[in-house]
Design a protein around this ligand. Structure first.
Ligand SMILES: Cc1cc2nc3c(=O)[nH]c(=O)nc-3n(C[C@H](O)[C@H](O)[C@H](O)COP(=O)(O)OP(=O)(O)OC[C@H]3O[C@@H](n4cnc5c(N)ncnc54)[C@H](O)[C@@H]3O)c2cc1C
Ligand SMILES: NC(=O)c1ccc[n+]([C@@H]2O[C@H](COP(=O)([O-])OP(=O)(O)OC[C@H]3O[C@@H](n4cnc5c(N)ncnc54)[C@H](O)[C@@H]3O)[C@@H](O)[C@H]2O)c1
Length: 564
């Protein structure tokens, strides 16, 4: 381990990637170890080539570590990599630093991609059962978890390989190691910005797996270190109490699971396990899942998921969670008293904590809110009480470390905004209420824009005559044929600053089959302030699931065709 107080000038010697216990610890994902990768640097020595069969880090990592860069980005998840790709496209020299064995962060390695592979399998299982009912005799076999794990890992590998090729193609220096801002060196240069720079040069350290410490001088540093699963005080992770990382790598399909938390993670795993035949109980703190979404959406989703085999237990508070060799027992208080529930496993999915507790973030003077999220201006600039007034910190933050929706596509958009701002452009900042949310459960939920309370609150602009119009999706031909259920809830209002102007669509909130596929249309309408009457004129092909959105818009505009 390098001595953190020992200064070692940065150099461009090839980075050794010998495997160490430390490297193994720093690299929790292991599914990629045997992947062949077409992006192996041509400069690898024979010894490195021999080691490449066993070393953990991706061969896509750069061998020649730069000593100076325009932008050093710490973390290669959606926030970090999108910022890197865009900054490189705009002509900046970019160094992207990642401690995991591969690029992609949570989303590609332990989040969006592997879970969607599992949900794809869940759809296949339901379709197979449906086929059986329709006389195809395609009796679904017991799911083979080993094959499913292969399927899941292959999906991850494909996406990660693609990303690493893109990073290489954009000539980004992709450096493997644990990174930090070196405050001691930064402090010395803080008052002396490099000529022509509006902010100080920063020094970033990178501790490689072999114990070498590299230093890079950077005009800008972007913190994109992401978030980790939050444990329940009553049930620390371990053994049969799973976080989402452990649930993804679980080698078995459990007979029974208790899911604590009814947000996106809990509902997606509940749908997967239920489709695989597990007995799944979701503990809900309030009266419905997705309690921070419009009420009708959560209530409809609950009905739809119940029809897909998930049991919900409302108004529960977890009191304790104990596990022994073969089972886990969760004691909950409900409105009817206390109950003890037993299952093979328990998944705790109650949110994610920003990875901002490393001492270097505090030492760099980066301001955080009471929950640990990094405070930024709308363009991603961090703030620091230490800096002279008016001087930029030169430190930016994107993705799950910032307060707001912890979603990959929000991180993509933020990364782009930061890169363009650093390059001197003037991008429009990301507005959280315009970031669509999707839960890929069976059925799905999707939402964009304001709910009625937000529209009336005045916090997002002044709107008058706010109305909410809802239609059930059950009458939509494709939904009825599929035997599914759903709802579409449209919020409209009149711009308070132009009371004579036509009514606007302020929010679209949906539960039902395939709603993820037409939340993009809703986002276009809301973001571009398309008048309700114009939006309702769109002709949707018949019969499609998206026709339900067209019908809801017609109803909100006062001329429903297929509904009353
Ligand atoms: C199970 C699950 C499913 C999800 N599904 C979806 C989905 O379907 N759609 C969606 O939009 N979002 C989804 N998300 C959320 C999404 O994954 C995150 O919002 C997104 O990954 C955030 O990107 P990020 O770049 O901020 O952080 P991350 O993706 O967490 O990346 C941070 C990276 O920084 C690295 N790092 C941290 N500290 C250091 C350091 N000191 N030095 C070097 N490297 C460091 C980490 O190793 C990591 O690779 C899901 C999340 C989970 C857990
Ligand atoms: N499809 C997607 O886009 C997707 C999928 C998975 C995760 N994610 C993102 O990852 C992040 C984490 O997801 P998540 O589902 O863990 O968090 P979440 O914040 O979405 O949901 C947390 C749930 O846990 C409940 N909860 C909170 N504290 C609790 C407690 N002490 N006891 C019992 N219940 C409690 C909340 O009421 C809520 O239902 C979210 O921001 C989510 O949007 C997105």
């Amino acid at each position: 381990m390098a001595d953190p107080d020992h200064y070692e000038p940065s150099h461009s010697a090839p980075q050794s990637a010998a495997p160490t216990a430390q490297a193994a610890q720093a690299a929790p994902t292991t599914h990629h170890q045997t992947a062949s990768n077409p992006t192996t640097p041509a400069t690898s020595t024979t010894q490195e080539a021999t080691e490449s069969a066993i070393i953990t880090p991706s061969p896509a990592f750069t061998n020649d570590i730069p000593t100076r860069t325009d932008v050093a980005i710490i973390g290669s998840g959606p926030g970090g990599y999108s910022c890197a790709l865009r900054a490189a496209q705009l002509g900046l020299h970019v160094t992207l630093i990642e401690r995991d064995e591969h690029a992609g962060g949570t989303c590609l390695n332990r989040g969006c991609i592997p879970t969607k592979a599992l949900l794809d399998a869940a759809h296949a299982a339901w379709e197979a059962r449906r086929g059986e009912r329709l006389g195809f005799g395609t009796r679904a076999q017991q799911p083979d978890r080993e094959r499913l794990l292969d399927f899941q890992h292959n999906a991850v590998r494909t996406m990660v390989d693609g990303l690493e090729s893109l990073i290489k193609a954009r000539r980004i220096a992709f450096v493997h190691g644990q990174s930090a801002i070196d405050t001691a060196t930064t402090a010395a240069s803080a008052t002396e910005p490099a000529a022509g720079d509006a902010q100080p040069m920063r020094t970033v350290t990178i501790d490689s797996a072999d114990g070498t410490r590299h230093r890079i001088s950077a005009r800008h540093v972007v913190i994109a270190t992401g978030a980790t699963p939050r444990p329940l005080a009553e049930a620390p992770f371990g053994g049969r109490v799973l976080d989402s990382d452990a649930a993804l790598e679980l080698p078995v399909i459990p007979r029974s699971v208790i899911v604590i938390g009814s947000g996106a993670v809990g509902l997606e795993f509940a749908s997967f396990w239920a489709a695989m035949g597990s007995s799944v109980t979701v503990l809900v703190r309030h009266g419905r899942p997705l309690s921070d979404w419009p009420r009708r959406v959560g209530a409809s989703l609950k009905r739809g998921m119940t029809a897909h085999g998930v049991t919900f237990m409302d108004y529960t508070a977890v009191e304790s969670c104990t596990t022994d060799d073969g089972t886990t027992t969760v004691t909950v208080s409900t409105r009817k008293g206390t109950a003890a529930l037993c299952a093979d496993y328990c998944l705790v999915a109650i949110g994610r904590t920003p990875s901002t507790d490393a001492p270097w973030i505090e030492q760099a003077g980066v301001e955080r809110d009471s929950r640990g999220f990094i405070v930024t201006d709308p363009w991603g600039r961090t703030t620091s009480s230490d800096m002279a007034s008016g001087m930029a910190t030169g430190i930016w933050a994107v993705g799950d470390v910032t307060a707001g929706r912890q979603l990959a596509h929000r991180a993509f958009a933020q990364g782009r905004v930061v890169a363009e701002t650093m390059a001197g452009l003037s991008p429009a900042p990301v507005r959280d209420e315009l970031v669509p949310r999707v839960v890929f459960s069976l059925p799905e939920a999707a939402s964009v824009g304001l709910d009625a309370d937000q529209a009336k609150s005045g916090a997002f602009g002044t709107f008058s005559d706010v109305r909410e119009t809802a239609i059930p999706m059950d009458g939509n031909a494709r939904t009825a044929i599929a035997g599914d259920t759903g709802v579409i809830d449209i919020v409209t209002g009149v711009d308070g600053s132009a009371p004579d102007s036509p009514r606007l669509v302020l929010g679209v909130h949906m539960a039902g089959p395939h709603v993820s596929e037409f939340i993009g249309e809703a986002q276009q309408i809301v973001r571009n302030r398309i008048h309700l009457t114009e939006a309702a004129l769109a002709i949707h092909a018949h019969p499609t699931f998206s026709e339900a959105l067209g019908e809801a818009l017609l109803k909100a505009d006062g001329s429903p065709l297929h509904t009353m």
